[in-house]
Design a protein. Structure first.
Length: 360
């Protein structure tokens, strides 16, 4: 796989219908993806109540790369700014106990030596690819809000541990059960009681310099760790929406950070930004928001071989087979930058190695 830098926020959106029984991964005849310029929208077949986040609960953009939304957990509410990620299905936030991954020697500091497949391919010193413990390690949870279960009167302890890999760098912790509220505090939040979520005891160093305080997975239950029901699917099971749709609007902000970058609408299409023209594509898997990509074209290059693709709001890149990216890059005179790709791949969490080809 290779990556194509994707800085524009005028992206395709997807409306995806899942089976009427969210407990199964079997696709119904109504399963589909919708495309409309500028949005990412997903459609669900259960009868649910419409919910709309106001600007106060809006998505915050950081340089058109990170798009984060606020949620609250527990009673009283504890706020976290999370990635709204259609490429995963679990919710996790840092726990109060969150500590560090080990410190690494100077020779291992280049991003090409980060843990995982990238290290094995690009790092000159392969010893950097093995983890070693060091209690003096810098804590990537530093400066991030952490969940304190002792402060929540609605918290219920839940058995089980979990670990999620993000391109060789993992996040790990234990499960808890509490009330999750979609949207910022003091807005009309979508309240989902009795929801299982992950409390991270350790987060990967790659999250340290970012504004990310967790990930809210919006994919299917079949993709969730240990089969726990994702918050979105639980909201569906509780019949909290009217219309079977959610829409995420991502706004271009350029190099600005921490500014309004869109908003998310649960239970309806964002009529302010979604165009009237709607095109449907059938889902091929009820795990990721996955569909069949029939063709690709860039300038004089085109191919209609067809590929399985997924729409991923948690990534700011386009991933594709390396031969395809190389041909597109040739059209634009772009050059591969393996070391920059090694660093950037970690922020996607879903690609499998390759080169970054700056296109914008």
């Amino acid at each position: 796989m290779a990556l194509l830098a994707y800085k524009s926020t005028w992206i395709l959106c997807a409306i995806v219908a899942i089976p009427s029984h969210s407990e199964t991964a079997t696709l119904s005849s109504d399963s589909r993806i919708l495309s409309c310029e500028g949005l990412y929208t997903s459609s669900l077949t259960l009868s649910i109540r419409q919910y709309y986040l106001t600007d106060r609960g809006a998505i915050v953009s950081y340089g058109d790369v990170e798009y984060l939304g606020e949620i609250t957990i527990g009673t009283p509410a504890q706020t976290f700014r999370v990635v709204l990620d259609t490429g995963s299905a679990n919710l996790w936030v840092p726990d109060k106990s969150c500590n560090s991954w080990p410190v690494r020697p100077t020779v291992c500091e280049p991003s090409s030596c980060d843990f995982g497949p990238i290290c094995e391919i690009f790092c000159e010193d392969k010893s950097c690819c093995r983890r070693t413990e060091d209690p003096k390690a810098k804590n990537p949870c530093h400066g991030k809000r952490r969940f304190d279960m002792g402060r929540s009167s609605t918290y219920v302890k839940t058995d089980g541990k979990w670990e999620i890999d993000y391109m060789g760098s993992s996040v790990e912790g234990f499960f808890g059960n509490d009330t999750i509220r979609f949207g910022a505090e003091e807005t009309e939040q979508l309240i989902v009681p009795g929801t299982v979520f992950g409390q991270a005891k350790r987060i990967a160093p790659l999250f340290g310099p970012t504004h990310i305080e967790g990930i809210l997975g919006l994919a299917f239950k079949s993709l969730a760790i240990d089969g726990f029901t994702p918050p979105l699917i639980r909201a569906i099971d509780l019949k909290l929406f009217d219309q079977p749709i959610f829409t995420a609007y991502f706004k271009r902000v350029g190099e600005q950070v921490g500014v309004h970058g869109g908003h998310i609408t649960y239970g309806g299409i964002d009529r302010d930004h979604c165009e009237e023209a709607i095109t449907y594509e059938r889902l091929t898997s009820a795990s990721y928001w996955q569909f069949r990509l029939k063709a690709v074209q860039s300038k004089k290059y085109s191919s209609n071989i067809g590929w399985e693709a997924m729409s991923d709001t948690g990534s700011s890149f386009i991933a594709a087979p390396a031969p395809i990216i190389e041909k597109i890059a040739k059209e634009y005179g772009a050059q591969a930058e393996p070391r920059r790709a090694a660093r950037s791949l970690h922020h996607t969490g879903h690609a499998g190695g390759g080169a970054l080809l700056p296109c914008c």
